[in-house]
Design a protein around this ligand. Structure first.
Ligand code: GLP
Length: 249
């Protein structure tokens, strides 16, 4: 059951990035004060490069935009090169004109995690909610760091990572060894994500094919966190042919 999920199947990862960047471009030009949600991981890197190119070459300005990131490793400060704050600076923020104080990434070194998470939720509310949130997906169907079993109404909180996620993030692309990967993270909840007015989930490569099939064709179930987007009123999955290869039709 695909629910309301709109599927865009692209020839390759490069096209996925162009489609995703175009959606954010359109949103931001229509409303320069947009509030956008962002993701990390290798999948959105090309999308950020395309947004940066549009800023440099096509006059796209993020000067009025506010951003909120999905998650952050617990215990890593923003100056750690594997922190998600560092990733965002490196892949997007330093290439565009977004104002630093309008970029919100959870603080992985916050003294009181619960206060940090409540503050994050409050800042989203104060900004008027998220207009469009970009998402990736883990091989086990996780979104942000909401691992299987996360509740549909879960909020921003401190979570434990599964061994599968730790291993996936220590395959050399990010951490070089599983022992270096933090065991916990601060993550926006499924309920937090579902409140975004629009959602755009990206997936590329055959390693994501099972997760995409479960999210789109499988039951609405906590076993596959991304399936909990099936009843969202405006959710688009942009995937390449490899990630779409196990979909039923
Ligand atoms: C991490 C992030 C997720 C991301 C996932 C997939 O677990 N917390 O937000 O979607 O990795 O990442 P990748 O795009 O590198 O496969």
């Amino acid at each position: 059951m695909a629910g309301n999920i709109r599927l865009k199947i692209c020839d390759d990862a490069a096209q996925v990035a162009i489609e995703a960047a175009a959606m954010f471009d359109e949103l931001i030009r229509a409303n320069p004060d947009s509030v956008i949600g962002l993701a990390t991981g290798s999948t959105p890197e090309a999308t950020y490069a395309e947004i940066a190119r549009r800023h440099k070459e096509d006059g796209l300005s993020l000067a009025g935009v506010s951003s909120f990131n999905l998650d952050e490793y617990w215990g890593l400060g923003g100056d750690h090169d594997q922190s998600y704050r560092y990733f965002m600076q490196d892949n997007l923020f330093r290439h565009v004109d977004i104002l630093p104080f309008n970029t919100h990434v959870l603080n992985g070194k916050a003294r009181f995690p619960q206060l940090e998470c409540e503050g994050f939720e409050n800042r989203i509310l104060a900004a008027g909610g998220i207009d469009m949130w970009l998402l990736g997906i883990g091989g086990n169907g996780h979104i942000a760091f909401n691992e299987p079993g996360s509740g549909v109404d879960s909020r921003t909180r401190l979570v434990s990572l599964t061994q599968e996620t730790i291993d996936a993030n220590s395959d050399g692309r990010f951490f070089s060894d599983a022992s270096e990967v933090p065991r916990c993270a601060l993550s926006a909840g499924i309920g937090t994500i579902r409140e975004s007015r629009r959602l755009v989930l990206l997936a590329t490569g055959a390693k994501k094919a099972d997760a995409i099939a479960a999210a789109v064709d499988g039951p609405f179930s906590e076993d596959c966190p991304a399936s909990l987007l099936q009843d969202h009123p405006d959710c688009t999955f942009i995937v390449d042919r490899d990630a779409a290869s196990k979909l039923s039709n």
